[in-house]
Design a protein around this ligand. Sequence first.
Ligand SMILES: Cc1cc2nc3c(=O)[nH]c(=O)nc-3n(C[C@H](O)[C@H](O)[C@H](O)COP(=O)(O)OP(=O)(O)OC[C@H]3O[C@@H](n4cnc5c(N)ncnc54)[C@H](O)[C@@H]3O)c2cc1C
Ligand code: SF4
Length: 473
Amino acid sequence: MAPRNTVWVFGDQLNRKIGALAAATPQTHRILLITAADKLASRPWHPARLSLYTRAVEAFAVELRESGFDVDHRHAASMREGVAEHRAEYAPERVVVTEPNSVAARRLVSELGCDIVTSNQFLCHPSDFTTWAGTRKSFKMEDFYRWQRKRLGYLMDGAEPAGGEWNYDELNRERPPKDGHDRWPTPVDVWATTRAEALQRLEFFVTRVLPIFGPHEDAMLADNWHLAHSVLSPYLNLGLLLPGEVCDRVEQEFRAGRVPINSAEGFIRQVIGWREYVWNFYWRHMPEYGELNSLGATLDLPPLFTGTPTHMRCVSRILDDVRERGWVHHIPRLMVLGNLALIAGVNPQQFTRWMWDSFVDAAEWVMVPNVIGMSLHADGGLMASKPYAAGGAYIDRMSDYCKGCAFDRTKRVGDDACPFTTLYWDFLLRHAERFVKNPRMSTQVRAAQKLGDAEGVRHRASEVLTRLSQGTL
Ligand SMILES: Cc1cc2nc3c(=O)[nH]c(=O)nc-3n(C[C@H](O)[C@H](O)[C@H](O)COP(=O)(O)OP(=O)(O)OC[C@H]3O[C@@H](n4cnc5c(N)ncnc54)[C@H](O)[C@@H]3O)c2cc1C
Ligand code: SF4
């Protein structure tokens, strides 16, 4: 007998255990997957992202067919038309969906009269987050993280955190080691498209890389694109891996004594802390959040982001990596690309759009809070209590980019002054009034106000911004 109902699965819900699919059987439900031409053509997506998305959806259709499901993988002009065509052909009694992962998709499924099932794709549903938030005045990530640790039980010894501390970040900020660039096992440099392959990547990470994940988490090296990062974000974001199973596996290795606490805790904090926090931030503050621009940043996206070469060695090498595989780790995103956009005053919406187009793991829920909140401080400090602004000295400390660069990281004025160093001081001067009372910023702002060469900094900053806009920096 033909199934009477349909489960419509979105391209970032590719897992049999997620929501509506978990309860579906080949006898009761047909599966609808839609590849929508308007979405694919809507932006200049990174080719790696397009390929990963389309191949992962195709592979999931095959996997479901092999499990006995009748799968309608429909190539349609739009999602809306795909559903209409499916209904016209199969006349399902009900079209069931798991809560989709974006505001626009949720609106669409409501408009189309679908039955909506609560999502279990994240560990903290927005309704749980609302309970946690309660009447709190502040929503610090660290407080949320500890609450998650306690209620989910990760790295807990009874009521106490394993090892005695909640957070080992202090141990995870070491400079890049001098002894060579080959100390980190190299992950497969082709994106996995099936759950089986993604699980292999997880095993590789947990057994080979995780033991050394911690200490150099913030380091960057010009000729090593991965260091000790997991490179699992695309699979988590497509649903090929679930956050709970990833953390379970990490905890297992820690309990077996094969992984030190700073590595296990550092990784679990990223997943049950930051990732879930960002997810809930999105649902709490969208859609207005995406339009915020509290620092009044108006510079158009500089052409170096879209292919014009630059002499800034750090930016140039990182953008090469972005072009090559659509992925760089957190510190290049935050402390180089985001930092440049922040201190140069790039329009937050244009920068968000560029990042969203360029990264293989991008999605609105994760890109908007990370760019608007964490990186560009465009939300006025709702997410991060201080802007992540830094000059060339920070980049030099955490990387090997500065050696061989056309600019001098120690200089803030003059033709060879490092643009990061100049723009960092200029940023502090420009926003002095706003940040001087911020306890985490006041020392730097006061130092900027005492600069003997403040006029020179302003002059050089204006030159840098002109050249940045012209694509000649
Ligand atoms: C400006 C900017 C843009 C970003 N855009 C994205 C994006 O589009 N998609 C994306 O998945 N992440 C994004 N991040 C977060 C983070 O940089 C990536 O998740 C991480 O670099 C992915 O590499 P990994 O899997 O090796 O991470 P690891 O360092 O191994 O960390 C483990 C996991 O933790 C999660 N995680 C860690 N930090 C964050 C965070 N801030 N937000 C959400 N998840 C986090 C990721 O799922 C990641 O796979 C962005 C960060 C910044 C500063
Ligand atoms: S000197 Fe400045 S521009 Fe050059 S690599 Fe270092 S931080 Fe980047």
